[in-house]
Design a protein. Structure first.
Length: 123
């Protein structure tokens, strides 16, 4: 399939990129449901399972980094639709980790999540 056919189907390069991000992203709700089914009543095991799955994905051959982080770098304009879609997905993942960490007996439940937050103004 050539570029003209693809763009006729999706409209534009930006729409294609947004569709790609949505397709590659795993629904946080699906993740929560899966870990709760696999580790019922054990929030620590649920968090460990998610982190282990992320580590496995990162170690897989051909892994080219986080699609969301790569997108933010490629589309630096904050209002660009592709960047907005990436930021929205990053926010959903942060909410997922917050939900997984909240039941744990931590003095500051937000502290372990600092790795999920942007560390630079471009975030």
């Amino acid at each position: 399939m050539g570029k003209p056919s693809i763009y006729r189907a999706v409209g534009s390069k930006d729409e294609l990129a947004v569709a790609y991000l949505r397709e590659k992203g795993i629904s946080p709700q699906e993740i929560i449901e899966a870990v709760r089914a696999a580790c019922p009543g054990d929030p620590r095991a649920q968090l460990r399972r998610v982190v282990a799955e992320i580590a496995e994905a990162i170690a897989a051959p051909g892994h080219r980094g986080c699609p969301l982080a790569n997108t933010v770098v490629e589309f630096p304009q904050r209002a660009h639709p592709v960047r907005v879609a990436a930021q929205e997905q990053k926010q959903r993942y942060l909410e997922l980790f917050t939900e997984l960490v909240e039941p744990l007996p931590l003095a500051d439940p937000g502290r372990p999540l600092t790795f999920c937050r942007p560390s630079t103004p471009s975030g």
